[in-house]
Design a protein around this ligand. Structure first.
Ligand code: IVH
Length: 669
């Protein structure tokens, strides 16, 4: 643990320097915050590891040498972050307690993700622009800010009496310098085209631009200013935040029109929910909201703790990035025969969902990013976008890590298959297996006796349906209509009817049959039953971790990897969603209470009174386990006709009871 603390410290300090001093962030805020909290946690567990140079002990920010330092008229504070409804509620309660018996209003606005800046006006004329700096002292960026067209060089003459008074004396306007998403994208496109490295996000580009020493370059960048504060010596001139916004607009300064007031917690929470989705439609990037006590006298009276006022908080929406550790890379063979590498992570919460795997796309991508098992990686997930590995934090790579050898790994995970990598393609494919061929095999299996058992869907009908392009995946069979099927040569009115209704009858099947039908490598009938017993519903199986899976009877490393890889494959995820949309359901009845629960059977030779399958089914119905070979712990070996003695000897040596068919019949009734 000590070495992890040391590594985190030096890495975070490096990030911090690049970000604050050089304006060249190496990672996003979310990544920084993640590693920062990890360090904080480790230090809390072992306080003896805290050193004065730990980023957790840092107070102010360093300043660049090249700009003149200016004292702020009043501190430029920052805000405490809150992350949940409960946090907001707790903050409300604290405020109510500090203001007993006084009714007060709350003010809420969108939090812009840019660079804080103070504009000083004297008698309505723009004088100076100062960055936040260390909150007491900022940098004089007047020449650069002057180039921003949304910063008025002279405040607007307004007919409003109150606004008029602000044109006399000193008026300070604080706000955020931002860049619109479209402008950012266009600028970045240009940069990449001319061979320069792209900027990480609009905020960094805005911050980098404002610190440019060449003002001409700044003028070429489409920056904007949006105000959130208005400071006058006589504070009574601006009694509330809402009034500040109104006056700002009167003065010709942009202030968010989304800002509004509330008199209850409920209202604020609704606003929080509303903007959680709507924020993506805003032209600029926001990661949250600002909530304040509207009355500025109360706001001031509530005071400051550290660098943050008590009377305001920043509500942060769930981060869309997080760090986690890559535990494994499993390769899944999709329905087209393409091999897709899938990263398996320590589960991590991103933007409200738990992420534990992501496609790594192909061998080249793994090589390009040099992704290795054991690496600490940054996972990015925005909105509905499928999670991605954004980068590897090389500094945190374990010394013993090895480069991922794709071909070797393919051989290990699929020893019996041969792969080819077609000219000019990035993916490896199963040799000789075209998409339609694999689909035919898969569908035949899906409809087979042990799976959905759809009588009319044998090999020939499967081939006809796939060749006619009526079926592109397993789920498509549930969309077939009699009219479509009857068009095919093989079918007449009655047979088409029979097929469609046979399929329809299996829209609901049992969970073990369905799992088996999916055709996940190494998952046979018995494993399907054991998985169903353990996870009860398909959704739970689909989010099972490697450890969850390994804990299931008969599921070892290879089987667990195969299951995980299957559910992590984006194609399969889409398939499962499609089943659900089509109303395909699974029922599950636990056999754990059956009279044969805990007993396992192996049958050798042929039975006289029933088929082996029928016996297996009966055993499973009663909660027993049907195995294909005797192993340690097998309860019974059933000797059928022409059974070899060597098996019986092995069974006896393992303590397995050796019985005849007649005895089996007594047991299974
Ligand atoms: S009010 C005490 N309103 O977020 C500071 N700030 O973490 C009160 N910000 O320092 C600021 N949008 O740079 C306020 N609508 C908004 C904002 C906003 C962005 C920035 C600002 C502030 C930081 C707080």
């Amino acid at each position: 643990m000590k070495s992890r603390v040391e590594e985190l410290k030096s890495l975070l300090n490096k990030y911090s320097y690049e970000y604050h001093v050089q304006d060249k962030p190496l990672v996003s805020d979310a990544v920084y915050d993640n590693l920062f909290s990890e360090l904080k946690k480790l230090e809390a567990e072992s306080p003896e590891l805290i050193t004065p140079d730990s980023p957790t002990q840092r107070v102010g920010n360093e300043l660049l040498e090249s700009f003149r330092k200016i004292n702020h008229s009043s501190r430029m504070l920052s805000l405490n972050d809150v992350f949940s409804r409960e946090d907001v509620e707790a903050w409300f309660k604290r405020i109510d307690k500090l203001l007993p018996g006084r009714k007060h209003e709350y003010f809420a606005d969108i939090k812009m993700d840019g660079l804080a800046c103070a504009l000083v006006y004297q008698d309505g004329l723009f004088q100076q622009a100062i960055t936040r700096g260390d909150s007491y002292v900022g940098e004089d960026v007047t020449a650069n800010v002057k180039t921003i067209s949304s910063v008025p060089l002279r405040l607007r003459e307004s007919s409003d009496q109150k606004a008029k008074t602000l044109l006399k004396g000193r008026t300070e306007i604080r706000g955020e310098i931002i860049m619109y998403k479209v402008d950012f994208e266009n600028l970045n496109k240009e940069r990449v085209k001319s061979g320069e490295q792209a900027y990480a996000n609009p905020r960094n580009l805005a911050a980098g631009t404002i610190r440019q020493l060449d003002t001409k370059l700044v003028a070429l960048r489409p920056l904007r200013f949006r105000a959130y504060d208005l400071i006058r010596e006589n504070e009574q001139e601006v009694p509330t935040h809402m009034e500040a916004y109104r006056l700002l607009r009167e003065l010709g300064v942009t202030a968010n029109t989304q800002a509004t007031t509330f008199d209850s917690l409920d209202g604020v929470l609704k606003y929080v929910d509303e903007w959680d989705t709507k924020r993506h439609e805003l032209p600029f990037i926001t990661d949250g909201l600002v909530i304040k006590v509207n009355d500025r006298k109360l706001y001031k009276d509530l005071g400051v703790v550290g660098k943050q006022p008590r009377a305001a908080v920043a509500y942060k929406y769930a981060a869309e990035e997080a760090t986690t550790i890559l535990k494994d890379i499993v390769i899944s063979i999709g329905r087209t025969g393409a091999a897709t590498p899938v990263g398996v992570f320590n589960p991590v919460s991103i933007a409200g969902t738990t992420v534990q795997h992501a496609s790594l796309h192909n061998a080249d991508e793994i090589a390009r990013k040099d992704i290795r098992v054991g690496d600490t990686v940054v996972i990015y997930k925005a909105g509905d976008i499928i999670p991605q590995v954004e980068k590897v934090l090389l500094e945190l790579r374990p010394k013993s890590s090895k480069q991922f050898e794709y071909e070797k790994e393919l051989k290990r995970q699929y020893p019996e298959l041969e792969f080819v990598r077609p000219e000019g393609e990035a993916v490896y494919r199963v040799k000789g297996a075209s998409g339609p061929l694999l689909l035919k095999k898969g569908l035949e299996h899906f409809a087979s006796k042990g799976a959905l058992d759809i009588d009319w869907l044998g090999e020939k009908n499967v081939v006809a349906l796939v060749d006619a392009k009526l079926v592109h995946d397993l789920a498509d069979i549930f969309t077939l209509t009699k009219e479509q099927v009857v068009e095919l040569e093989r079918f007449a009115d009655l047979s088409a009817e029979n097929l469609v209704s046979a399929i329809k009858a299996k829209k609901t099947s049992t969970l073990p049959r369905f799992i088996y039908g999916l055709g996940i490598r190494h998952v046979g009938e018995q494993t399907s039953i054991d998985l169903a017993e353990r996870f009860k519903i398909l959704n739970m199986l689909s989010i099972a971790t490697l450890d969850d899976l390994r804990a299931v009877n008969g599921v070892g490393e290879i089987v667990a990897e195969s299951i995980l890889g299957w559910f992590a494959d984006p194609d399969n995820q889409k398939l499962l969603e499609k089943f659900e949309k089509l109303g395909v359901k699974q029922t599950f009845e636990s056999k754990a209470k059956g009279k044969l629960h805990g007993q396992s059977f192996v049958i050798t030779g042929t039975l006289e009174t029933m088929s082996r399958d029928a016996a297996a089914n009966r055993i499973r119905e009663l909660g027993g386990t049907f195995q294909t070979s005797v192993a340690k712990g097998t309860t019974y070996l059933v000797m059928g006709q022409k059974a070899g003695q060597s098996k019986a000897d092995k069974a006896r040596s393992l303590g397995t009871k050796v019985i005849e068919e007649t005895e089996l019949l007594k047991i299974i009734g």
